[in-house]
Design a protein around this ligand. Structure first.
Ligand code: NAD
Length: 499
């Protein structure tokens, strides 16, 4: 794969927008260059779309939706198309993973796994397109039949972040299409390649022009135009809490629906009775997967006091074996951080933690020659008031706190404004169930970390967001309910007497 990466270094990929069924550059032909964070070489050019481009994409989506061709199509036909896209994704998995590994610096094998899992999501959504249905009420009396129709919500804007570019898009777009919606997709300006590649698959699979439009560009103007548009009925936004708040403000214009997947500060709760080897491995995985640039990263370790020292030391020892390096080295588990700004923020947060009294167990800010590679870092003696205990770091940094009793563990786990995920390690059913039921988070893993299934919904409590993606809930998110009151038989009652 390294030789194929080398070819991209020599001749970077150049992508186009997909608007109204056509492959086009940005209005003025401007592009955004993307460097591979691990190699410091340009690997991609994306169209630097303008407000005009965004409006053209929205208009195409609006017209296609209002024409009704896709919205009223047979679910079986939608399913076949989505399955065909899934097939193409699998066919091109290596190519998609190459682009993703180059643009994000995640290890190639991890990128490939995400692409293949994305194909599963397209397949699942295909099934959901056939299974989606409303309801009927035959209990309203002899002369009234109630129908509850599930209709596509309309034009959906999908704005995605840089950490799992194709996967996060695949948790949303196929479900919106399965529901009969039209879409405008805006990927992150750092990692737009695979989203733009998807346009070709949709076209070749036969999606009617304008039903899905994909364009790259900066958050403002492109994302902001989508948020502000009165022709967009819903926005599925995934990204920072800061931009999520801006989305809420912008949605007031036409009261559009929002589905928000925002930040997290998820706890790994480790009880003394757990399988320690499995827990050490799972806690490390949850904290360092995707370089910690993961919304559901287990970035807080809450460990029972009686095993805290031993557990922390075992984590530090095992982390020595986690290889950090070139995404195309099969041994690499950790690649480079997405960009200099994010790297500097991680370093700053570690410094802040140490200055406020945390103790460095391993890792820490690397020297100047390290490029954008940040080593897995464990901070012990963290207290709940420290920034490293409260704020999302989005890097491979684990903040360790300890607890005595189950009640303390749950209180600490919930002592956050976020609520995306939690990981619980115990062999005691009561503790496992108590944590699962009482920790306020959208996903809880018990004796496991990060294993995902298209069947299960994902999303956040509290300031981690609103709405749910994937599973049967994922398609319902993109629908509106309509009640039809259907009078049957002869009508004898009159509202105006004597009429
Ligand atoms: P970000 O909020 O900076 O950007 C996300 C997307 O929003 C990008 O496409 C960006 O161009 C766009 N955007 C920026 N400004 C905008 C504006 N004014 N109007 C409309 N769109 C705008 O986030 P990021 O740095 O790409 O990603 C990191 C963040 O995303 C982290 O906080 C992480 O927790 C979160 N995240 C959450 C999930 C989840 O499922 N909950 C998944 C991945 C990432």
């Amino acid at each position: 794969m390294l030789d194929r990466a080398q070819r991209v270094f020599d001749a970077p990929n150049s992508f186009q927008n997909f608007i109204a069924g056509r492959f086009v550059g940005a209005e003025h032909g401007d592009t955004i260059p993307r460097e591979s964070p691990a190699h410091g070489k340009i690997v991609s050019y994306y169209p630097a779309s303008t407000r005009t481009d965004a409006k053209a994409a929205i208009t195409a989506a609006r017209e296609s939706f209002d024409a009704g061709t896709w919205a009223f199509s047979y679910g079986g036909d939608r399913a076949r198309l989505l399955q065909e896209v899934a097939r193409m994704i699998r066919r091109d998995a290596d190519e998609l993973a190459l682009v993703e590994a180059l643009e994000t610096s995640k290890p190639f094998e991890a990128a490939r796994g995400e692409i293949l899992f994305s194909a599963e999501l397209w397949d699942y959504a295909a099934g959901a397109a056939r299974a989606l249905h409303g309801d009927s009420l035959n209990t309203l009396g002899a002369s009234m039949l109630g129908l509850v129709l599930r209709e596509p919500i309309g034009v959906v804007g999908i704005i995605t972040p840089w950490n799992y570019p194709f996967l996060i898009l695949s948790e949303r777009l196929p479900f919106a299409l399965a529901a009969g919606c039209s879409a405008v997709v805006k990927p992150s300006e750092f990692t737009s390649g695979t989203a733009l590649m998807l346009g070709r698959y949709l076209k070749d699979a036969g999606l009617p022009d304008g039903v899905c439009n994909i364009l790259s560009g900066l958050g403002d103007p492109v994302g902001q135009t989508i948020l502000d548009s009165h022709d967009v009925d819903m926005v599925a936004f995934t990204g920072s809490t800061r931009v999520g708040r801006a989305a809420i403000a912008a949605s007031a214009g036409n009261i559009k629906k929002l589905s928000l997947e925002l930040g997290g500060k998820s706890p790994s709760v480790v009880f003394a009775d757990c399988d320690l080897d499995a827990a050490v491995d799972g806690v490390i995985k949850a904290a360092t997967v995707n370089m910690g640039e993961c919304c559901i990263a287990g970035s807080r370790l809450l460990v029972q006091a009686s095993i805290a020292d031993e557990f922390q030391n075992r984590i530090a020892q095992r982390l020595q074996q986690v290889q950090m390096g070139d995404p195309f080295d099969p041994a690499s588990r950790i690649g480079a951080i997405i960009n200099r700004a994010q790297f500097d923020r991680i370093a700053q947060m570690v410094r802040d933690g140490l200055a406020s009294g945390a103790r460095l167990v391993c890792g820490g800010e690397p020297g100047h020659n390290a490029g954008l590679f940040f080593p897995p870092t464990v901070l012990a003696d963290v207290t709940p008031d420290m920034r490293v205990a409260r704020e999302e770091i989005f890097g491979p940094v684990l903040s360790v706190m300890s607890f005595e009793r189950l009640e303390d563990a749950i209180r600490l786990a919930n002592d956050t404004e976020y609520g995306l995920a939690a990981y619980v390690w115990t062999n005691d059913l009561t503790k496992a169930l108590s944590c699962s039921r009482r920790i306020r988070a959208g996903r809880v893993w018990v004796n496991a970390a990060l294993e995902g299934y298209p069947e299960l919904p994902l999303g956040g409590f509290k300031q981690s967001g609103n709405g749910r993606e994937t599973g049967r809930y994922g398609i319902e998110e993109y629908t509106e309910l309509k009640s039809v009151h259907l009078k049957v038989g002869e009508q004898t009652e009159r509202w105006v007497e004597g009429a």
